[in-house]
Ligand binder design. Structure first.
Ligand code: PLP
Length: 395
């Protein structure tokens, strides 16, 4: 079933000379044999091919696969998930209404909610949504949307999706969840009653660190409204070539994730018993205070994990990251290459839109390299960054 979605669904090979890989429809518009045909196509741009800002055969193929993966009626694709989140939020609220959101979403989601929405008369309450009762307490008579991200991508905090969907549904409140961490393979929020599911396809869905893209999955009627509104008017669309690259990336999604999860388990095994590691942040790990929820709600963890380093100074965290040879120092995650992101060190405690994370937090994105190579690299970097306290004098 999964292989069918990833490798066959929506790919009508007979229409393309039997080509095993679909062509890229690099066309801005579509011509019609008659005015009547053009009139008919123009009426239903959501489904027909009229102009590529609306719909294109290559992106349509991707949309069909993404909807099937998430188990939703349909999916829309955008130039980034920042665009997808903005379109989803703007499609659900208007001036005078209220949004409840998780306290620590992705940085630019927070900027959207905290800075952009109030300018248009939408009020937002941020809550620590680990306990659904916090969400319930924040609801108002004008609340129209709850914005979630489970787990988040730094400290891996979860929300109980089923409990929150049950609070929202009967009150006519919509729910939107950023599901980038888990991918539809490890968590399907629609199964718990979540309305809209967003993905940064930049991460595992594409998986090759060569595309920035966003996805919004959900019920067809709501996506049609979002299509006619924010998608068509702001026009932050995904080009056919980028859609085609993601179609290619999806073919290996299952094997990449299997390999990455297995390597991540090995890396965690090494880290959790190392004397320099204070705490691991990984859904379902023994250090995870929400372990029971993670095991119930997710089919496992992916390759993104954080840990805090036992040390005295930011300089030591910096030395550890600089000593790594296989892990590239870079943001983003979910690609073929292993990455390290020492957030607090890079941002050096400055005010940033992100909610605070522990100063000694280091995030790793595990890629497709051999586990032994990654573990050896972590071991040598931990050894090299371990220096006597006296050397840190004055810091
Ligand atoms: C990377 C990331 C985003 C942003 O993705 P873009 O496609 O660059 O907009 C949003 N949410 C989460 C959880 C992310 O990790």
């Amino acid at each position: 079933m999964l292989n069918h979605i990833l490798n066959h669904l929506g790919e009508d090979r007979a229409a393309h000379f039997g080509a095993v890989t679909p062509p890229i429809y690099e066309t801005s518009n579509f011509a019609f044999p008659s005015v009547a045909a053009m009139r008919a196509a123009g009426k239903g741009e959501y489904d027909t091919h009229f102009y590529t800002r609306g719909n294109n055969p290559t992106t349509a193929m991707l949309r069909a696969k993404l909807a099937a993966l998430e188990g939703t009626e349909d999916a829309l694709v955008f130039a980034s998930v920042a665009a997808a989140m903005a379109a989803g939020v703007l499609g659900c609220v208007r001036a005078g209404e209220h949004v409840v959101a998780v306290q620590k979403p992705y940085a630019w989601t927070r900027v959207l909610l905290r800075d952009a929405l109030p300018r248009f008369g939408v009020e937002v309450s941020f809550v620590d949504a680990r306990d659904p009762r916090d969400v319930e307490r924040a609801l108002q008579s004008n609340t129209r949307l709850i914005v979630l991200e489970s787990p988040n991508s730094l400290t891996m905090e979860l929300q109980d999706l089923g409990a929150i969907a049950a609070l929202a549904g009967p009150r006519g409140i919509r729910t939107l969840c950023d599901n980038s961490y888990a991918t539809p393979l490890l968590q399907k929020p629609a199964e718990f009653g979540i309305d809209l599911i967003a993905h940064s396809a930049t991460k595992y869905l594409n998986g090759h660190s060569d595309v920035v893209a966003g996805v919004l999955c959900g019920p067809r009627a709501l996506l049609q409204e979002i299509f006619k509104g924010p998608l068509m008017t702001f026009g932050a669309i995904l080009g056919p070539f980028e859609a085609w690259l993601i179609l290619r990336g999806l073919r290996t999604l299952e094997v990449r994730l299997e390999r990455i999860a297995a390597t991540t388990a090995r890396v965690i095994e090494f880290l959790q018993d190392h004397p320099r590691i204070e705490r691991i942040y990984y859904p379902g790990h023994r250090d995870d205070p929400q372990r029971e929820l993670a095991l119930r709600q997710m089919r496992g963890g992916s390759g993104l994990l954080s840990f805090t380093l036992k040390c005295e100074s930011l300089a030591q965290v910096e030395r550890f990251c600089d000593a790594l040879r296989c892990f590239l120092l870079a943001v983003s995650w979910g690609g073929h290459e292993s990455l390290v992101w020492p957030m607090a060190v890079v941002l050096s405690g400055e005010h940033r839109p992100n909610a605070p994370v522990p100063w000694n937090l280091v995030r790793l994105s595990i890629g497709l390299e051999a586990p032994e190579v990654l573990i050896a690299d972590l071991r040598q970097a931990l050894d090299r960054s371990e220096i006597p306290q006296s050397d840190e004098a004055g810091q």
